[in-house]
Every structure is written in structure tokens, then in C-alpha cells.
Design a protein. Structure first.
Lengths: 302, 357
């Protein structure tokens, strides 16, 4: 830092006086005061300010990723009955514990939760600081706030329609689709290499059953785990498919496992879970729903 | 006679106790006692996943929280072998240097208040506000930012941020010159600083003191220059040293460091390339260790992380600069008067959050 100029004794007296005069003139006569009358006037907060959460119920899929990433365990999932959306699970926040770190906003796979500029959350009772999903609900914030995350078009498979015709794999110009056999079912299903896919929509147009449909998926900066399936332990109960919030699990019949009933007719066949992992949000609900240890969650220390 | 200065004493700036043995007014022995603010952060880290620790690392020191979360991210990147995009590195350097100014300004405010210069407190806090507003626009919070991420930073610069930062820097550089008049023109401030609390060069090196306190003892040691991390190699700046070894030298080093930080910020804004600011970070760390060292505003901070292949660290070790610096307190204090304790301990820039962790 350059040293200040050496001044005479008169300058030492006059220089601070000049500065003080300038400050007084700027703040009192020319400009407005530095303070605001708080409850009546408010400072303008930047868009990125991290305050009270708002949740878009229509975008939220109830995956509970926000609850799992929360460092302080201040969020919880609440079961609700909504006239429009039916039986749903949506997050609530305890502001007595919230750090306002913003990790829940970042990890949300559908950008359904956001932090607003509202900061007046003080209350006389601690119990009132618990904000349930209904108090956080704001279905109209999408579009108003700046969306940092980028969307990506990806072909998402509907397993019920797929006939394993392999046309999509043959037509893909980037060779991004590989047909992988499903063990026990005797069919194959297309698996998309996300690194190679350029969202050219070729597979969507070529599919005769319209089983592949392009859907917008938000890119995530978090590497999410994927469930590892062990077919030997699967009983086909379907608990994982019912628990999955992103509808990536399909229960498929295993041919040749039908029991022959007394009257000679064939009963229902056994089933197994099939995962379409392109849309998986990595929440782990299937892993927790499985009672037979047929799903493994890699690399988690309990 | 032993006197307890702390844990509730205007001098301490945080919860810690300084026991001094006095002979009349002269100090003959001193014992710093820390541990009143122990929160077990190192142990807490073992139960949290890697992204969850970033806000926790912010809480190590509220004076310079961004340095600590940045240090944690650097250690995890070393463990996971993650390459950070170049733009993110420039944003990190920009924000760390801004954090250094904010931290030094808060130190200066507290120091001026300690030495009976109330005007200095108000002036420095006012300038700190300018940079806190910039941080608020950038990260969304004023003190605990949670901005660095494993593999980059949380998001890109907001619109007009570059213009506002350059404006703030030019405003602040003018104010820095004003501080010189304010502080060094004050006779009381100079009398309580010059020749007080001498820490000799050999003693400072032997006690493991780092940061501005070491540089004020005449040792040119700065990790930004000696072991450049991030993109400090590209930056052109001087390591500020002073040969007086006293409280005045420590004040002078910090003032000049704020000036150098302004120069680094200007260069970072000028050289900043375009591109991505973040990459996808792995969830699980491999089995191995990660180490990072940074030049904190208070000295050399270090983090050592052991990964065991899961999504949580096996062990996190934090090296706090002030924990080491405070051990040199008896060496500095002995021989001075009780009234000098405020100036000497204030000049070390104590931060108990990171010391006790």
C-alpha cells in the first residue's frame, strides 16, 4: 500500500476537517439518511437471498431428497390429502433449526422448492416455527424466480409399451442406446448412455409403440446413487414400485413361473422389478421399502 | 497474584480465559485457557455426508467463514481427485480475498474499540457493510455463505456483480487512506501500539505462529506465494512484511494486506475466463486421504480428511492458526503491563470458533 503523503501540522488539522465536512454534507444536506424506518420501509433484497422456503406442490414429486440432504434434520415429509393431487407427501420445515444453507433447493430433482426473500420468521412460541407443507405452498413461483439449473431432454422409456423391437438402438446416430437383457423375463430393454445422448429425438420418432418419450429432466450437480437389484431375493411383492416417487420401477411377469391350479388352469406368474434408471432421482425409497434385501444401496455408512 | 481475564471480559472477543500472574502492574507469567466453545465439529463431521459438512465448516469462524468452507472443499477435492473448472477457481480467489478484507475490517473494528477509538469501530464496520452487501448479492447470505462446493462454486456471478465490486474496491481504497489518518493520527492509538508486545523472529518461528503475526515479525511466509493453491500463481501481489515485531507492525501488515487483496480482486475480475463454474461431484470418496492448506486471514489453516469409500468421511482434522498463535501469548506478554494485554491479545486477531471447534 502506498504510504500517505507527509503533511504539515496545519494540513493534519485541516485534512480530517475537510473529510468530516464532506461526509456531513453528503449525508445530511445532499443525500438521504443512511438508515430506513424498518417496519414501514424495507431494504431491497437480492433475488438470490436465502429466506423462507416455498414449495410448488405440482412440481414436487415427494422424493424426500431435501429431507435427506438437510444437515440439521429440520425437514420432514408430511402425508396429505389434496383435492386436486390426491394422496401426496410434501416437505415441511422447522425454522427453529433451519440453517438456511440452501442445500435442499440445490438437490431438488424437479426444482420444486425454492428460498424466497421473506425473512420475518420470528415468533413468540417455538412450536409456531414449524411450518407444515400447507404454509410453505406456493404453486405459482415457477417462472418468477431465476432458474439456475439447466434442463435436458432425455428419452424416457415406458416399460409397459416396449416390445423389445430394438429399432431405437439401430437408429440412434450416436450409438447411445444399448439393448440390455432383462434376466428371467426373456426380453431386452433399451438403456441410454447419458454421456452420449444429444437429445436428437430420433428414437422417439422411430419407436412404433411410442414407448420412448422425450421428457425434460433437470441436470443435477449431485451424483445420486442407483439401486442395485438382486433378482434371487426379489419376491415380486411390488413394494418398491409403490414407493417410487419418480415412477421408474415396473413390475414385469416372469414367464414360466405360473403355478398350475387344481382345475388345470394356470395361475398368476411371479413378478420382478425392472428399473428405468434414466429418470431415477436417487432418493432410496425403494431400498427402504424392500423387506427382502433384494435392493442394495452402494457405499452408505449407517 | 493470578488474574483471570475472561471468559467474560471485554478483551477476549469470544469465550476464552487468559490467566496472568502479576507483580504489581507487570506481567510475570501468563496461561491461555481455551475450551469454553468446544462444539465437537471434527466429530460431528464423521456423521454427515460430504456436501452436508460445507455449511458446518462455515461455522468454524464467523469472521471468515468462506475461507473454511473453501478449505474443506479443497481437501475433499484432493481426496476425490476432482478437477475444478478454471472460472470457479477465479471466483473462489475473488471471494476469498473479499472475505480477507471483511475479516481484517472486523478485526480492525474490534481492535479500535478495544483501544478506545470508537470512531474507528464505526468507520470500519461501515466499510465492511459494503462488502457484506456484495456477498449477499452473490451467495444469498451475509455471514455464513455456504458458497464453495466440491468441484466448483454454488453458482455463477449475479448480473452487475463485476461493476459493483470494482466500485466497492475503488471506494474502499480511498477509505483505507483515510484510516491511516484516523488511526496513526491518534496519539493514544500509537502510544498503546508502538513498541508493545514484541515477538522476536526466532520466537515466532519456534512457536509455529503463522499469518500476519508471523509476517509482522519479519518472516516472509505466505502460502499464497510459497505454495500457491487455486490460481494464486497467476496473481501479481506482494507479501507484506514488517520488521518492527510489535503491535503496530501487526496493524500495519493487516492494513497493507487489505490493499494487496484489493489488487488481487481486480486482477481476478480482469483475468476471469468464461465457462462452467461447477462439475458433478462424486457422492462417495475413495479409500485414502486428502490434505489442503490455505492462507487464512489469521494464519495457516489446514484440513486433513480420511475417506473410507462411503459417503461420509472417516476422520476430519482441522488445523487452526489461532490455536497455535495463542500458545505464543505468554512469550509476548511477559514483561509488559496489565493494560497492554488488551492491545497485545487484540492484535493477534483471536477467533475462538476455529480454535475450540
Amino acid at each position: 500500500m502506498p504510504q500517505a503523503k507527509k503533511r504539515s501540522s496545519l494540513g493534519l488539522v485541516l485534512q480530517p476537517m475537510k473529510r468530516t465536512g464532506k461526509t456531513v454534507a453528503n449525508s445530511l444536506i445532499l443525500g438521504k439518511p443512511n438508515t430506513v424506518l424498518y417496519p414501514y420501509q424495507k431494504l431491497e433484497l437480492p433475488i438470490g437471498y436465502r429466506g423462507k422456503h416455498i414449495v410448488d406442490f405440482k412440481r414436487c414429486i415427494g422424493c424426500s431428497n431435501c429431507v435427506q440432504i438437510c444437515p440439521n434434520d429440520c425437514m420432514w415429509m408430511e402425508k396429505l390429502e389434496d383435492p386436486e393431487l390426491g394422496k401426496i407427501e410434501r416437505p415441511g420445515v422447522d425454522y427453529g433449526r433451519c440453517l438456511f444453507c440452501g442445500l435442499c433447493v440445490e438437490i431438488c430433482p424437479t426444482v420444486a422448492i425454492h428460498e424466497s426473500v421473506e425473512f420475518e420468521l420470528a415468533h413468540h412460541e417455538r412450536s409456531k416455527l414449524k411450518y407444515g407443507p400447507k404454509e410453505l405452498r406456493d404453486d405459482s413461483f415457477a417462472g418468477k424466480v431465476k432458474e439456475e439449473r439447466q434442463k435436458r431432454l432425455l428419452p424416457i422409456l415406458d416399460m409397459t409399451k416396449c416390445t423389445s423391437c430394438e429399432k431405437c438402438a439401430g437408429e440412434c446416430p450416436e450409438m447411445a442406446i444399448a439393448m440390455m437383457p432383462i434376466e428371467g423375463v426373456g426380453k431386452t430393454k433399451p438403456e441410454i448412455n447419458l454421456g452420449k445422448c444429444t437429445s436428437c429425438k430420433k428414437c422417439e420418432t422411430v419407436c412404433p409403440e411410442s414407448a420412448l418419450e422425450m421428457e425434460e429432466v433437470y441436470e443435477s450437480y449431485f451424483e445420486m446413487p442407483e439401486p442395485k437389484f438382486l433378482i434371487k431375493k426379489c419376491t415380486g411383492c411390488g413394494a418398491c414400485a409403490r414407493a417410487c416417487p419418480a415412477d421408474v420401477i415396473y413390475m414385469m411377469d416372469l414367464p414360466g413361473t405360473e403355478k398350475v391350479l387344481k382345475d388345470g388352469k394356470k395361475g398368476k406368474p411371479k413378478k420382478r422389478a425392472v428399473f428405468v434408471l434414466e429418470k431415477c432421482v436417487g432418493c432410496g425409497k425403494c431400498y427402504r421399502a424392500c423387506k427382502f434385501d433384494a435392493l442394495e444401496w452402494p457405499g452408505v455408512r449407517k | 497474584m493470578w488474574i483471570n481475564m475472561g471468559p467474560q471480559h471485554p478483551m477476549t472477543h469470544g469465550l476464552w480465559n487468559l490467566r496472568v500472574k502479576v507483580d504489581g502492574e507487570t506481567i510475570v507469567d501468563a496461561q491461555p485457557e481455551v475450551g469454553y466453545l468446544h462444539r465437537g465439529i471434527e466429530k460431528l463431521c464423521e456423521g454427515k455426508t460430504y456436501p452436508q459438512i460445507i455449511p458446518l465448516a462455515d461455522r468454524l469462524c464467523y469472521g471468515s467463514s468462506l475461507t473454511w468452507s473453501h478449505l474443506y472443499c479443497m481437501a475433499v477435492e484432493d481426496l476425490m481427485n476432482v478437477e475444478v473448472p478454471e472460472r470457479a477457481e477465479y471466483i473462489r480467489v475473488l471471494t476469498i480475498e473479499m472475505q480477507r478484507i471483511v475479516s481484517h475490517l472486523m478485526w480492525l473494528a474490534a481492535y479500535a474499540g478495544d483501544l478506545g477509538l470508537g470512531v474507528g469501530f464505526v468507520y470500519t464496520m461501515r466499510e465492511r457493510e459494503v462488502f457484506l452487501d456484495l456477498f449477499q448479492a452473490l451467495t444469498g447470505a451475509r455471514i455464513t455463505y455456504n458458497f464453495p462446493r466440491i468441484g466448483g462454486v454454488a453458482h455463477d456471478l449475479p448480473p452487475n456483480f463485476e461493476r459493483d465490486t470494482l466500485r466497492a474496491i475503488s471506494y474502499f481504497e480511498g477509505r483505507l487512506k483515510e484510516y491511516e489518518d484516523l488511526f496513526e493520527g491518534s496519539k493514544i492509538f500509537m502510544m498503546r501500539n508502538v513498541g508493545v508486545g514484541i515477538l522476536k523472529k526466532e520466537d515466532a518461528i519456534n512457536m509455529g505462529v503463522t499469518g500476519p503475526t508471523l509476517r509482522a515479525s519479519g518472516v516472509s511466509y505466505d502460502l499464497r506465494k510459497d505454495r500457491p493453491y487455486s490460481v494464486y500463481e497467476e496473481m501479481n501481489f506482494n507479501v507484506v512484511t514488517h520488521k518492527d515485531c510489535d503491535c503496530y507492525a501487526r496493524y500495519r501488515v493487516r492494513m497493507d494486506e487489505m490493499w494487496e487483496s484489493c489488487q488481487i480482486m481486480k486482477q481476478a475480475l480482469k483475468k476471469m475466463p468464461k465457462g462452467k463454474v461447477r462439475i458433478v461431484s462424486p457422492r462417495n470418496a475413495p479409500v485414502g486421504t486428502g490434505l489442503a492448506r490455505v492462507e487464512d486471514p489469521r494464519g495457516e489453516g489446514m484440513m486433513y480428511i480420511v475417506g473410507d469409500g462411503t459417503d461420509k468421511p472417516y476422520r476430519v482434522k482441522i488445523r487452526s492458526p489461532i490455536f497455535v498463535t495463542v500458545s505464543a501469548a505468554p512469550k509476548i506478554l511477559i514483561g509488559y503491563k496489565v493494560a497492554d494485554v488488551v492491545a497485545i491479545m487484540g492484535g493477534l486477531d483471536m477467533c475462538i470458533g476455529e480454535t475450540d471447534r
